[in-house]
Write a new protein. Structure first.
Length: 127
């Protein structure tokens, strides 16, 4: 079940990923059927992004998604946050109007296994 922190973090991350320079594209991970409210003739693509694999980074770190695609975020154990920031200061909000999710903790399991928390967002054609 998605909570508002997951959705806000996912939306901010999607905006950040879509704003990155084009160059490297992530391989789509899943193909699904479009919801009935979309008039897209082809199946939608779901891109999966993992936060926290191998450090404080997204994997993949760049996605080029077409309108109607879904970007799904999985947060690994740690204390994550998503901030609209400049590349030279990635943990500080760019300005007073920038998005800052605050910390989004994901606890580790007692047996050492991976706990994931995730959510998805749709990519609209307006930005």
């Amino acid at each position: 079940m998605l909570n508002h922190h997951t959705l806000l973090a996912a939306l901010a991350t999607a905006a950040t990923l879509l704003a990155l320079p084009r160059g490297t594209t992530a391989a789509p991970t899943t193909t699904t059927t479009p919801p009935p409210n979309l008039t897209n003739a082809s199946p939608l693509t779901t891109h999966t992004v993992v936060a926290g694999r191998g450090g404080l980074r997204f994997d993949p770190d760049n996605i080029v998604a077409t309108p109607g695609s879904v970007i799904e975020f999985h947060f690994l154990p740690a204390n994550h946050s998503v901030v609209e920031a400049a590349f030279d200061a990635p943990c500080l909000p760019k300005d007073a109007a920038s998005f800052d999710s605050g910390f989004f903790p994901v606890p580790a399991r007692a047996d050492g296994g991976a706990v994931q928390s995730g959510g998805g967002v749709s990519v609209c054609g307006e930005g």
